[in-house]
Design a binder for this molecule. Structure first.
Ligand SMILES: [Zn+2]
Length: 271
């Protein structure tokens, strides 16, 4: 079985010089599936091309809150008008996102435009019955309020790069969402995150790298999908199981949400 890195950005320029080698290293480490999350319309084109080239790549189309924060509502609407077409045709996106709210990495004064983009993408995901990839940073109260009021797609979704405690994870799980853990869980002193990773039910647990961002401690600054093994090890430690069990759970859960990743073992790839 080849495992899935349930959230990364392999389309980013950070991988332009050695993308094939990065994919090959991942495959050699047992990671053959990649959910490449969307941040803006220019990326959607790159993501679809990557999915066309690599059967193990699936992707989502979204407008990231950090991108939306710099846009006017009219421009957001224009960009999102092109989103439904991304969910159609050959090598189409299988979900909507990243979307959500961020009050840490962008000016909190942009929350209104972020909300505009977030609610519009929530509505699209509900109408088109697609799963969501949610990016929520230092805005969990507001995000819960919006999601409860507007409603989630039946297909569910994931709170990617989860940064809260066990109680917050429980609230998201109760709403039908899954929880994605990233390299931060590898920090020995991340006690609240460890408690959250221990508490999430088996069928809602996801692990991811968010490469090229969010390297686990001790890794090169440009993160790679191979770091998924470190995340698996850290999550397995707090759940009292083997890393392979975490990798299997996460892979199955991501395929239930986003569809089957037709990962091809190294020996069978044709370039
Ligand atoms: Zn991301």
């Amino acid at each position: 079985m080849l495992y899935v890195d349930t959230h990364n950005h392999l389309d980013f320029a950070a991988f332009d010089s050695d993308r094939e080698a990065v994919l090959e290293r991942a495959r050699a480490a047992g990671i053959g599936g990649h959910l490449v999350a969307g941040v803006d319309p220019a990326g959607w084109v790159r993501q679809r091309a990557l999915a066309a080239k690599h059967p193990g790549v699936r992707w989502t189309a979204g407008l990231h809150p950090q991108v939306a924060a710099g846009m006017r509502p009219g421009a957001i609407d224009e960009a999102l008008a092109g989103l439904p077409a991304q969910l159609e045709g050959a090598h189409a996106a299988s979900g909507v996102g990243e979307t959500g709210l961020d009050r840490l990495f962008v000016d909190p004064a942009t929350l209104d435009v972020q909300l505009h983009a977030f609610r519009a993408q929530l509505a699209l995901a509900r109408e088109l019955e697609r799963p969501l990839v949610l990016h929520i940073v230092k805005a969990h109260g507001k995000a819960l309020e919006v999601v409860k009021r507007d409603g989630l797609p039946a297909a569910g979704g994931v709170i990617h790069s989860f940064s809260g405690n066990a109680e917050l994870a429980r609230q998201y799980v109760e709403l039908g969402l899954s929880i994605g853990f990233v390299g931060a869980v590898c920090r020995p002193n991340a006690r609240k995150l460890h408690a959250a990773a221990a508490a999430v039910p088996d069928d809602r647990l996801l692990i991811e790298t968010d490469a090229p961002d969010q390297s686990p401690p001790g890794h090169p600054q440009r993160n790679e999908p191979t770091a998924l093994l470190d995340v698996a090890e850290a999550v397995a430690r707090v759940r009292g199981c083997r890393p392979e069990a975490v990798l299997v759970l996460s892979t199955r859960n991501s395929e239930r949400l986003f569809g089957v990743f037709n990962a091809v073992p190294a020996a069978q790839t044709q370039e």
